[in-house]
Design a protein around this ligand. Sequence first.
Ligand code: BV8
Length: 247
Amino acid sequence: MDEAAVEQAAQLLASTSSLCISTGAGMSAESGIDTFRDESGLWTKVKPEEFATPQAFQRDPVKVWEWYRWRRRELAKVEPHDGHRVLADWEERVSDFTLVTKNVDGLHHRAGSTKVIELHGRLDVVRCTGCKYEVIGLDDLGADPHCPECSQRLRPGVVWFGEALPPGALDAAFFAAQRCDTMVVVGTSGVVQPAASLVDAAKAHGAYVIEVNPNPTELSYLADVCLRGGCQRTLPALDAAWRRLAS
Ligand code: BV8
C-alpha cells in the first residue's frame, strides 16, 4: 500500500468538519458479495436488462425473482468486514457525517453505521406490486411469492434500472455531497447514474476527494488522492494514520 498516499489522505481527514462517504459494490467484495463490473462480476454472468429492470420483471417475474432469491440466500451467509466497521466508527469522529451507499446488502447497518442513505434499496426488503405490504428479512419466500393481503406478486425492494431513486434519499445525498469538505469514494466504478454524480457535486464546490479502489475508475480523475488497494485493509490503515495525527 502507498504509505505516502495514506498519509496524505489522513491529513485531509484530520482537517475535515463535514465528511461524506460514497460506497459501491467494491465495499462488500471482501465480505464475499460479487460486484457487478469486475471480471467475475454479476453483469458478466447475467444481463442487467434481463434481471434488473421493471420490464424484465414484467416479462418473466419468476426468472427475475429466482435471481434475487439466490442473491438473498448468498447475502444471508456473509458478514461486514473491518472496512465497514471503520466507517461506522467515523460517525463519532466528525459531527457532520453522511454515508451514502448504492449497496443493497445492508452491511453498513450490520456494522453499526446509522447515518446511512441507501440510494438503491435493500435486498432484505420485499414489497408488494399491488399494495403497501412488505416483508423485511432474508427468509426464503418461495419460487413465486404473492401478497397475503391483495394476492399481487411480491418484488425485490431494490431500485431497478429505469426506476427513480427514492426522492428523499437522492436529495439528502446531494445535500451532503454539496456541503462536505471531504468525500471518500469507496468501491465504485462510477458508471451508474445519478449516484456517480455525487462526486462531481462534491468536487464542484471545492471538496477534497479520496478514492479507495484497487483499480482506476471513471471517477479517478476527480480524486485528490487515490488509495489503490482493497478497502478491507485500506480503510483500517487510513483510520490508523488519521488517529496518529489526531493523538
Ligand atoms: C434512473 C439495485 C431515471 C438493483 C442498481 C436509459 C434508461 C433509463 C435510465 C438510464 C438509461 N441510460 C442510463 C440510465 C441511467 C441508469 C444508469 O446509470 N445506467 C448505467 C448502466 C449507464 N440509471 C438508472 O436507471 C437509475 N434510475 O436513472 O431513473 C428516472 C427518473 C425519474 C423517473 C423514472 C426514471 C437507477 C440505477 C439503479 C440501478 N440499480 N442496483 C440490484 O442490485 O439488483 S445498480 C447496481 O449497480 C448497484 O446498486 C450499483 O449502483 C451499481 C454497481 O455499481 P458499483 O457499485 O460501482 O459496482 P461495480 O461492480 O460497477 O464496481 C465495483 C468497483 O469496486 C470497481 O471499481 C472495483 O474496482 C471496485 N472494487 C473491487 N473490489 C474492491 C473494490 N473497491 C474496494 N475494495 C475492494 N476490495
